[in-house]
Write a protein that binds this ligand. Sequence first.
Ligand code: HCA
Ligand code: CU
Length: 384
Amino acid sequence: MLQILDATLREGEQTPGVYFDEHIKLAIAAELNKLGIDIIEAGHPLVSSEIKFAVTQIANNNFKSIVGAHARSLKQDVDLALECGVGLLGIFYCVSNSRLSGVFNKDIGAAIAQITEVIAYAKSQKPDLLVRYTPEDTVRSNFQNVLDASVAAVQAGADIISIADTTGYMIPGTKRSMYAYVKKLKDELAERDAYPKIAVHCHNDRGFALTNAIDGYRAGADIIDATILGMGERAGIVDLAQLLVTLKLDFEVANDWDLSKLNNLYHLVSQNCGIPIPMNFPITGQNAFTHCAGVHTHAAAKDPAHYQSLDPAVVGRKMDISLDHMSGIASIKWALDKLGIIAENDLLERILKKVKSIGQRGRTVGLTELEYIVEWCKKHEIEG
Ligand code: HCA
Ligand code: CU
């Protein structure tokens, strides 16, 4: 069964300026667990004693979610992660010739020796530990190096190989296809008798993270990484809410993710990282289920499905209608109905005129304000 790995507490904290307090880290992890997220990547314990403490707290909570820590390919990092009591260890090390020679002054043989030694060490310390090996910048690295390192990692005990599109390089429908990459790597691994789970970690530098992740799933990936709000280095990675909704509703993945929990979780994270949820963000954005233009509100008030392909109730939200310069009579009627106010046509027209004039000043009218606009319009009528 497909698994989702949420990396908000690891990759997400690599968003410039983002730091979650320890109790907020625990709250986010607990909410992810309630939502039914399969794996929580809780942090990189080497970064600070606070992060190590938080990873330990999260790992020792008896969550149903598997809790993981991130580590460089060094025994020192493995020891720290093991001290935290995690169930999954994500080890990353690059295999690109230019990085190996330019940054580490190593050849691929030496890199593989280091990777396998560290994986074997981790497994010897805790045999039931799940080990993921990520050849960093997988998709831009020499394929033979990726394959050799992956096979050696599996032989040393790695359970998962993660394909990292570290720079958001993959573009669907071109030679840089995540679908083709996953297929090719799986086939070549099978040729070498290696059958690890395959994860995909897609960055969003070109805006294709979600599409690439779905491509990876279609090609047989077992694990997909995502973060709340798509947070992460630079343009971040796949947005969790969009990914879950698509997989559950459109690809009918039979997992128990509780989509109704997404909205509160997004607000919790947004409030605590200082990144507002963009108004027009799918699923969780304020406007995601709000209809504006008169033609739309007229039809949506009769049946929201005319202008919605996703029922907001599925994600714990409601349809809304915005009152502004685009409004029509149907918008006003819909809003008045919410307030329990019945108005004759003449009054309706005057309310609409007022609402439109406010909208032209660049803002929307809320229900409380509307109540007073109704009063004002009635009075205005009497006073002439
Ligand atoms: C990083 C890079 C990484 C690692 C992914 C992984 C990437 O920030 O360390 O370890 O699976 O995008 O390659 O996030
Ligand atoms: Cu990343």
